[in-house]
Design a protein around this ligand. Structure first.
Ligand SMILES: Nc1ncnc2c1ncn2[C@@H]1O[C@H](COP(=O)(O)OP(=O)(O)O)[C@@H](O)[C@H]1O
Ligand SMILES: [Mg+2]
Length: 149
């Protein structure tokens, strides 16, 4: 089942991410898809701040992965937009760590994603409005969507 949320502002998206954070667990994988400027990084910001990470969150464009280890749980933030087709940055290694992995542009590495994950697709409607669709893969993510949305 898919879940749909309409965000009317940056604050709505931050709050949504914060609510998901409250259901976090070690090994959680969140895959973000959506056009440039749809709000993927805004979502990561909300999640990171809820974890207690105070750093300024920006997309890890040059090194693909940024690790934030100062929060309640490690956060591994990836942006694979500029990844080369066969480039191997060891994404699989992060799925086994006891933290949360959030991947911007995850659809570009579709065949390397774990079977169990939460996919989030953000669609730009107008300047301030976004339709955010959640697609859980696996019971844990299904329950999480039920709890939060
Ligand atoms: N409802 C909304 N949710 C998230 N971002 C929004 C929203 N409305 C407007 N925005 C704007 O959209 C942009 C999203 O940027 P960003 O998160 O960097 O996108 P992405 O990482 O998907 O490329 C920001 O400039 C933000 O202010
Ligand atoms: Mg981004």
């Amino acid at each position: 089942m898919n879940y749909k949320y309409t965000s009317k502002s940056v604050d709505d998206t931050l709050e949504l991410a914060q609510n998901l954070e409250s259901e976090k667990f070690p090994g959680m994988v969140i895959c973000l898809n959506g056009d440039l400027g749809s709000g993927k990084t805004v979502f990561v910001k909300g999640f990171a701040h809820a974890l207690g990470i105070e750093d300024n969150i920006t997309s890890p464009t040059f090194n693909i992965v940024k690790e934030y280890l100062m929060g309640e749980m490690p956060l591994y933030h990836m942006d694979v937009y500029r990844i080369n087709e066969n480039e191997d940055f060891g994404v699989e290694d992060y799925f086994d760590k006891d933290g949360v992995v959030i991947i911007e542009w995850a659809e570009l590495i579709q065949d390397r994603l774990p079977v169990e994950r939460l996919e989030i697709n953000i669609k730009i409607i107008d300047d301030d409005t976004r339709i955010i669709v959640f697609k859980p893969f696996g019971d844990k993510y299904e329950e999480l969507c039920n709890a939060v949305l």
